[in-house]
Design a protein around this ligand. Sequence first.
Ligand SMILES: [Fe+2]
Length: 312
Amino acid sequence: MTDENIPDFTASLAEANRKRITPPSHRRRFLKLLLGSGVVGLGAWGYMRFEADWLEVHRETLPKAQFPVRRSFRILHLSDFHISEKVPFALVEEAIELGLAEKPDVCFITGDFITSKLSDIEFDRYREVLSKLSEVVPTFACLGNHDGGKWAGSTYGYPTSEKVEAMLKETKIALLQNRRQVIYVKGQPLALVGLGDIWAQRCFPDKCLSKLGSNRSPEEPPVIVLSHNPDSKTFIADHDWQLMLCGHTHGGQCKVPFVDYTPFAPVKDHSIVEGLHNWKGRLIYVTRGVGNLHGLRFNCRPQVSILEAKAS
Ligand SMILES: [Fe+2]
C-alpha cells in the first residue's frame, strides 16, 4: 500500500471531535427544551395567577341529623379576604356580589380580613366595600391570625387587632371574640359563638361555650361556632356545639391534583382542610376563602360558600 492509499485518520478524528464539541442538533434541542420549560413555567405561573381570582360559589346542605332546626335558612360564609397588594378590593367586591345574589339570610365571616398593615386610605376603602355586605344582610365575624395579635405582631402585621376591630365596628359587622350571642334568623334562634384565634393565643372557649354533658334541653337553640382555624376543634372537643365554620387553610391554596395532597395548608390536621366534615358527631365546614397569600392558587379556586339549613 502506498502513502496516497492510506486514509487520513487524523483529519477525520479532528472533524469528529469538532462535531462532538458543538453538535448543532444538540444545541438546538437544548435551546428548545430551555424555551419549552420557560414557556411551561410562565404558563403555569399565569394560570395560578388567573385561578387566584377565579371565584366559585359552593353550596352545601347541612344534614338535619347533626343540625336540626325548625325554620329553613341560608348562610353566606366568607373568609380570608386578605386585602393586600396581592388581593385587590375588586375580588372581595365580586365575592360579596356573588354571595348576595344567593339571597342569604345571614352572613358569617371567619377572619383574616387583612394580610399585613394597611394605610388609612385603604381602611377607608375597605369600609366602603364591607358596608355593601352589612347593609344588606346581618353580618357576624371572628378574627384570624393576620388580623392582629401575638402571631401577626411577630411577623409583619399589627401587634393588636384594634385597627380591624374599629373597621368592623364602623361597618356594623358584629365581631364576636370569645363571646356568645343569641340571634334570630328567619325566626330560628341560634346561639352564635365567635372564638379568638389560636395562633394569636386568644382562644378562650370556656368564656362562651358550655361543657358537654350539661343536660342540653331540646328547646335550646343550636350552637354555631365561628373560628378561624379548624385546628381549634381540639380546644372545644369537650364543649357543646353543633356546627363550626372555619377558614384559614385557603383549601391548601395549591393542591396536588387527583390525590388531594395539601402540603401548604397551615394546619396540623390535614384531614380537615376544606369542605363539610362530620367530626365526633358535630359538623365542621371549612371554606377555601376569597383571598390568598402571594397571589397564586392551584387546583384550589377561591370560594363563596352557601350553607342551607333545612327545617326538620
Ligand atoms: Fe388566611
